[in-house]
Design a protein around this ligand. Structure first.
Ligand code: NAP
Length: 299
């Protein structure tokens, strides 16, 4: 089993399955166990890791960096994606009085410097603005991104959770490699609101978060979850694969060529995702899952 790669901008490639680190602090792994997890990801061809400065109450990047310090040569084998722009109220940031967004150039610069120190590296493969900020000055952000690129501190830049209009507005100032968005059978609006159409037309693969609804697929008893599980199970049985593999395949088949971010601590969860990269769903099965997701047949 080997995960294929996706091409974003210039020379930037990520693995089509990217390991999400949001929940890392809940996994209670020692540095050595995390190193083992990273090695197991690499063995599957999953070389990209998704972070944000705020994950784990500003602790995840440090924790990941501790594992990298054990074997610094790992840095050359992986891609680090991280985000900036949300400011949490946290003991780690006593200067924050309330949760807010900050996409000011100084905040971007300082956050990148901090992320580089945490990861024990001198470059980030991809930096994303975490959420659209009503006070975001596109010209200032673009100028700061250019400086960071010139200094070799970031290789590529993108956004997350932006509407198509917001994406286009920033993209006209500085090229965006991706829009990292929520998409799953529980959250289907990007299929119809122009988000994926825009990314397909400019050749920027979306990155997808909470592909399994943040675990809702398995834990919730509501009618949508029950419908999605039942339909996915029938398709999964025919293909001899797991239900999550069918959901991942449903997403990976989209013509915008998404990169899917996993959230599982279990290597089995990652294998489910990597298996999906080799699976093609029949068109009618794809639409059966859409119907299960929305509860209505297409018009
Ligand atoms: N840009 C953004 O705004 C944003 C927002 C949220 C997340 N993200 C990124 O996206 C990544 C993935 O998001 P997510 O964690 O919500 O993804 P997800 O895959 O939808 O949810 C992961 C959760 O589902 C559970 N799960 C997975 N497979 C399961 C199974 N077969 N049976 C039971 N439970 C299962 C996992 O538990 P186990 O660990 O036990 O498998 C975990 O708790 C994050 O790590 C982060 O990098 C980005």
């Amino acid at each position: 089993m080997n995960c294929p790669r996706a091409t974003l901008l210039n020379d930037l490639t990520l693995s089509r399955i990217t390991a999400g680190m949001w929940r890392l602090m809940d996994w209670n792994m020692s540095d050595q166990e995390l190193l083992g997890y990273i090695d197991a990801c690499l063995a599957l061809g999953v070389t990209s890791f998704d972070h944000a400065d705020i994950y784990g109450d500003y602790g995840v990047e440090d924790a990941f960096g501790k594992a990298l310090r054990i074997r610094p040569s790992l840095r050359a084998e992986i891609e680090l994606v991280t985000k900036v722009g949300i400011a949490l109220v946290s003991p780690a940031r006593p200067e924050h009085r309330l949760k807010h967004y900050n996409t000011g150039p100084a905040h971007i610069r300082h956050t990148v410097e901090r992320s580089l120190r945490s990861f024990n590296t001198d470059y980030l493969d991809l930096l994303l603005i975490h959420r659209p900020d009503p006070l975001m000055r596109f010209d200032e952000v673009a100028a700061e991104v250019e400086k960071l690129k010139q200094a070799g501190k970031i290789k590529a830049f993108g956004v997350s959770n932006f509407t198509p209009a917001q994406f286009q507005a920033v993209h006209s100032f500085t090229p965006l490699a991706t829009n990292q968005i929520e998409l799953s059978p529980f959250h289907t609006s990007p299929l119809t609101d122009g988000t994926l159409d825009q990314l397909q037309s400019i050749g920027a693969p979306p990155m997808i978060w909470s592909a399994l609804g943040g675990g809702r697929l398995f834990t919730e008893g509501d009618s949508a979850a029950a419908r999605i599980r039942a339909t996915a199970s029938q398709i999964a049985e025919r293909h001899g694969v797991s239900v999550p593999t069918i959901i991942y395949a449903w997403l990976l088949q989209l013509p915008s060529s998404p990169i899917v971010i996993t959230g599982s601590r279990r290597l089995g969860g990652l294998r489910d995702a990597v298996s999906a990269t080799a699976l093609q769903l029949e068109r009618q099965d794809w639409f059966a899952l859409l119907e299960a997701a929305t509860g209505i047949e297409v018009a």
